[in-house]
Design a protein around this ligand. Structure first.
Ligand SMILES: [Zn+2]
Length: 253
């Protein structure tokens, strides 16, 4: 009976693994979804800042073009001013030049105002890239790992089930093997430790006559509630007395 119980415990270990794997099939899609959310938040925050910098840069370059254009226009206009014939034409030209100077002044003011913002934004983007890019990379790797594992889970579960089938054939106690095969479909693990008269899996106080029979150790006993195969800790211990008894049995056979 001890060997059969030990085999059952090994079976329980495999069943636990199968349970963990099947829990993962539920958990992994949720984990990858939440990781993808983190990833997109980090990326879009960085992208927004980059876009803001791009807009600012293009506005500054627009202003620089405007300055160049207005300056060369004024230069040309001032050269031509001596060729003007009437006072009215002269006044008109003066007014146009003064308007162009005003536009230059406005553009220069805007450039002076925007340039520090651009510098701040540039260093902000650089800082954020340095701190975010490794995180983004890490999250991408996590997602890839989780997905790869998820794709293998069905195969891993099938492997564990095969191991469990093989192992269950090694349960030498026939009655125990039959009961295990009946209840393992609906109960996992199929074996439960008894402590202080209670089934440790379902928490029920096991009937005294069942415990007495288990103490005698002659036949398999089951929990009256969850129907798991029950055992005491000492039943699976390899103590010196057992070893001596085994040696004696060996010598007699
Ligand atoms: Zn129980």
């Amino acid at each position: 009976m001890k060997d059969s119980l030990k085999t059952l415990l090994k079976c329980a270990e495999i069943e636990r693994k199968i349970q963990e794997l099947s829990d993962e099939t539920q958990e992994i899609p949720q984990i990858t979804k939440s990781l993808a959310g983190d990833l997109s938040a980090l990326s879009s925050d960085l992208e927004n800042k980059k876009q803001e910098l791009l807009n600012l840069t293009s506005r500054l370059s627009e202003l620089q073009d405007l300055l160049t254009e207005k300056r060369s226009w004024i230069e040309e206009r001032e050269q031509n001013i001596s060729t003007l014939k009437t006072h009215k034409e002269f006044q008109g030209a003066q007014k146009e030049i003064s308007l162009a100077r005003k536009a230059i002044k406005d553009a220069e003011e805007e450039i002076a105002k925007l340039s520090p913002s651009k510098e701040a934004l540039e260093s902000g983007v650089k800082e954020q890239e340095e701190s975010t890019l490794p995180k983004i990379e890490e999250i991408k790797n996590d997602i890839a790992e989780k997905k790869a594992h998820f794709e293998k889970i069905d195969q891993l579960i099938a492997e564990e089930r095969r191991k469990l089938d093989e192992l269950s054939k090694e349960i030498s106690d026939k009655k125990m093997a039959r009961h295990f095969n009946t209840i393992r479909q609906r109960t996992s693990p199929a074996i439960s430790l008894i402590e202080n008269g209670h089934c440790m899996e379902c928490g029920t106080k096991v009937l005294p006559q069942t415990l007495n029979q288990l103490h005698r150790g002659e036949a398999m006993q089951i929990c009256n509630r969850c129907k798991r195969i029950i055992y005491f800790d000492h039943m699976i211990e390899d103590n010196a007395a057992d070893a001596a008894q085994d040696a004696k049995d060996e010598a007699q056979s």
